[in-house]
Design a protein. Structure first.
Length: 317
């Protein structure tokens, strides 16, 4: 007998908790950035994820680790870890709310990719008519970016803002790869495990390249919660999508920006001007609009076998 479907309110609560945990993880990343560099944060985040999942699935034996898709996992790690490094660097250099918003632009970037695909594979005039609402959602998101990243940063923050924007672009590729792995039948936990393993190894390699920071117990105290919160957030995200993605749950991911904004004001005294809040609001609106269009089928995409890809939780970087 199939498991009973989780009610929408419960799904929503799990997603809100996941968004809260990921925003809280950003707080610890920001504090840890004062003592260690981004590669070390990525390494510890990945290592704790590997240990936690290995312990949780210890009774499954080697069956949990066995995969027929090493190449797909490799590409998912390349884009996912690159996005994670960019995001952690941005968190350490610019306001937390800004870094979180730029990373959550992945939905808008995915809409960009789908819109470009429609223009390529359809007649251009027909594609423009059918994809008009999608183009409007993309435009709304980019107006938000222009307002959020208006040229008022210092030179160092300007570079970090560009890196944060890049994290959202690359994250869109990572989410598309997660969907491809789901279509291939790869369990979500295994995808998360190999992503954590790739993060740990890549972070270790980057740390060897740039050097280890001096051992600091305060830094360790900030780093350990990063890994724990990432794992707990992923578990909550998985539970939220366990019975099929709903529009409510999919759009509640943007509550992470609200939590991050509260942290920015409360913990870091990062006062953002009203135009920045307007830009963040437009990015959220553009992302939600793009999600609505994607779920409703308004986006014209290449035909694929009917699979419940939308119900698969994305592996948050």
């Amino acid at each position: 007998m199939p498991a009973p479907l989780m009610s929408a309110p419960k799904q929503a609560l799990w997603m809100l908790l996941a968004a809260f945990l990921f925003a809280t993880m950003g707080v610890f990343v920001k504090f840890a950035s004062a003592y260690v560099h981004s590669f070390e944060i990525v390494m510890v985040r990945g290592l704790i994820g590997v240990l936690a999942l290995a312990w949780w699935y210890r009774k499954s034996g080697w069956a949990f680790y066995r995969t027929q898709l090493p190449g797909m996992h490799l590409w998912r790690n390349v884009v996912g870890v690159t996005s994670l490094c960019c995001w952690f660097y941005a968190i350490g250099e610019i306001p937390l709310a800004t870094a979180m918003t730029l990373q959550y632009m992945s939905s808008v970037w995915m809409a960009v990719f789908l819109f470009a695909g429609a223009l390529i594979f359809q007649q251009q005039r027909a594609a423009m008519r059918q994809q008009g609402p999608l183009f409007a959602s993309i435009l709304l998101g980019f107006v938000g970016v222009a307002l959020l990243l208006r040229p008022t940063f210092s030179a160092d923050q300007g570079f970090a803002a560009v890196i944060g924007l890049l994290s959202g672009i690359i994250s869109a590729f990572a989410y598309l790869q997660v969907a491809a792995l789901a279509r291939a039948g790869e369990p979500d936990a295994r995808v998360v495990f190999y992503f954590s393993l790739g993060a740990a190894l890549s972070g270790l390699g980057g740390t060897f390249a740039v050097g280890f920071s001096p051992l600091n117990w305060v830094a360790i105290g900030w780093l350990i919660p990063v890994g724990l919160l990432a794992v707990l957030g992923q578990i909550c995200l998985t539970r939220a999508y366990a019975s099929g993605a709903t529009l409510l749950v999919a759009n509640l991911q943007y509550s992470g920006i609200i939590f991050a904004s509260a942290y920015s004001v409360w913990l870091f005294a990062e006062v953002l001007p009203w135009v920045s809040w307007l830009g963040m609001g437009l990015i959220i609106a553009g992302g939600i609009w793009a999600t609505l269009l994607r779920r409703s089928g308004a986006m014209v995409t290449p035909k694929t076998p009917p699979q419940n890809v939308a119900s698969q939780p994305s592996s948050k970087p």
